[in-house]
Ligand binder design. Structure first.
Ligand code: FES
Length: 170
């Protein structure tokens, strides 16, 4: 997933990117919109899934710097905490991809999964996901990983992290 100037929807409301007003859209490499469209609601749902937070609790999405990714060798993946949220990073050739850490199949951790070129096989049930096409399911097309926007800029790598706004912060 690439990001470039203009608008972007992270928090379920299209075009409402507070931290990068210059972002104009997202390119999902090689994806036809109809097959790899990730409903915004699912992104928001995933952001709250298991957090016990009600949909009334506002959330905030912002870019967080990621450090140490250059140590990741091509063809490998690892989970790393960013802004208090675990993120699964995958390196394919010289490109990085970021996803939620849980398998959408049965909710198990994806770390330890097998990478075959751009395909990630879940370590528990062997469901396969296409990392280059927004994590869409290879075996079950209705399943997809949770893509997390990743931006490389001026030698820095950032990911967009959604976090709950604590009542005192409002
Ligand atoms: S954990 Fe069951 S499909 Fe991945």
């Amino acid at each position: 997933m690439s990001v470039f100037g203009g608008h972007f929807a992270i928090d379920g409301r299209a075009g409402n990117l507070r931290c990068r007003p210059d972002v104009t859209g997202i390119v999902v490499e090689g994806a036809a919109p109809s097959t790899t469209f990730v409903p915004l609601a699912s992104l928001e749902r995933n952001a709250t899934h298991g957090s016990g937070a009600s949909s009334k609790t506002p959330d905030r999405t912002g870019w967080e710097d990621v450090f140490g990714l250059d140590a990741l060798t091509p063809g490998t993946l690892r989970t790393q905490d960013v802004g208090g949220q675990p993120v699964l990073f995958c390196k394919l050739n010289e490109d990085f991809y970021a996803y939620g850490v849980r398998c959408p199949g049965c909710g198990q951790a994806l770390e330890g999964g097998r990478l075959e070129n751009e395909i990630l096989a879940c370590p528990t049930c062997e469901q396969r996901y296409d990392l280059v096409h927004a994590g869409r399911g290879v075996d079950i097309s209705t399943l997809h990983l949770d893509p997390i926007p990743l931006l490389k800029e001026n030698g820095r790598t950032k990911v967009a992290i959604t976090s709950r706004v604590q009542p005192s912060a409002r």
